[in-house]
Write a protein that binds this ligand. Structure first.
Ligand code: SF4
Length: 366
């Protein structure tokens, strides 16, 4: 499947209002929705755009009105993260000249075909064709099976009229920032906190209660009295969107839980686990699967919670694979939580309390 076509991308970008016929642009305000790929690639994209003299406009944190507007604009049977994304797109339409929307076709080089989910592959088209008044869109096409990270920013460079040397410099800087960001995620920082650290290093608070070396002996320390350790597995745009997840991480911590995220498992540890199982093609779900297997074998983990959302095709399959693996083993206690836009805060709190209570009362891990 060959989806990346440079010419088509260039043609779309040239339709941005701030772009002149020769591709040069002054002070273009580029909107980035705070949803989906924001949690993975925002530091990279912001650094690239600013390195090319563009201005980034970021949508605010998700709130009720924003989700409601997004859900109204979407087809009914789509997952809540896409509805959230549409809400952020609507919020940015008046604030930015163009929107930068990622088309994540393939995010890893691999010997077998790997993809993200169909919604992420078709996201620019969904936005373009679902809105009564479609925004101007710059596509950030990531197709590492057929291209590279460097080629993914060609469209942004074209829209901003950046010269090859400026593009190279912006790319180099963006890769460095992104690398620092990913290290902080591995060390246990939340995306928002890590973004603040890498993009505003002087303003970011020095302290971050979640710092710890990933997969190190430190993680295997003896628990403090009464404290239990739970691994939270799920897409970062679900876990770390406080409105959508009803602040699930905070709720767990408030119950005395020492929390570790699936994003803290190193790629090496994930690949080691996945090597023992049949290949699957969804890159992001592979990470969840590998992280689940990793946590299953760790002595210091008391429980594993898998957060999924309703109407997610890939998660419905991978979630089942993870569940079966846990239910037939003697590993940590395991539960799944499926959420959508109708999920109530009280329901999340009850599930958290019940799971934590079950672990505390259980003698399985004694
Ligand atoms: S992976 Fe699932 S939750 Fe994420 S965008 Fe695709 S369908 Fe939605």
């Amino acid at each position: 499947m060959q989806i990346y076509r440079g010419e088509r991308t260039v043609a779309r970008i040239a339709s941005c209002p701030a772009a002149d016929p020769y591709g040069t642009v002054d002070n273009m305000r580029i909107g980035i929705p705070r949803a989906l790929s924001y949690y993975r690639y925002y530091p990279f994209l912001k650094t690239v755009i600013e390195g090319m003299d563009g201005e980034v406009v970021l949508s605010p944190s998700t709130r009720k009105s924003l989700l409601e507007k997004g859900a109204y604009q979407c087809v009914d049977d789509i997952c809540v993260p896409v509805k959230v994304y549409f809400g952020h797109v609507l919020d940015l339409m008046e604030k930015a000249d163009c929107l930068l929307i990622s088309r994540l076709v393939s995010v890893e080089k691999s010997n077998c075909d790997t993809y993200t989910c169909p919604k992420m592959i078709g996201l620019p088209d969904m936005v373009r064709h679902s809105m009564e008044e479609a925004p101007k869109i710059i596509e950030h096409i990531v197709d590492l099976q057929n291209g590279s990270w460097k080629s993914s920013i060609k469209g942004i460079a074209k829209a901003l009229g950046a010269s090859p040397s400026v593009t190279r410099k912006a790319y180099r800087e963006a890769m460095e920032v992104q690398s620092s960001y990913e290290k902080l995620l591995l060390a246990g920082q939340t995306p928002e906190s890590a973004i603040e650290h890498v993009l505003n290093p002087h303003g970011a608070a020095a302290q971050d209660g979640e710092h710890s070396a990933p997969n190190s002996k430190k993680e295997h320390a003896v628990h403090k009295d009464g404290q239990i350790k739970i691994a939270l597995i799920g897409h970062e745009y679900l876990i770390h969107d406080a409105y959508v997840s009803h602040s699930l991480p905070d709720k767990l911590r408030s119950q005395g839980v020492d929390l570790i995220y699936s994003s803290q498992v190193t790629p090496e540890a994930i690949n080691q686990e996945l090597g023992k199982h049949p290949e699957i093609s969804w890159s992001f779900e592979k990470e969840l699967l590998g992280a689940a297997y990793h946590f299953q074998g760790r002595e210091d983990i008391d429980g594993v919670m898998l957060l999924m959302c309703f109407a997610c095709g890939p998660d419905s399959i991978v979630g089942e694979m993870i569940s079966r693996e846990f239910y037939r083993s003697e590993g940590p206690a395991f539960t799944t939580m499926v959420i959508d836009e109708h999920t109530g805060e009280a329901g999340v709190a009850t599930r958290v309390e019940a799971f934590v209570d079950l672990i505390r009362r259980s003698s399985v891990r004694l």
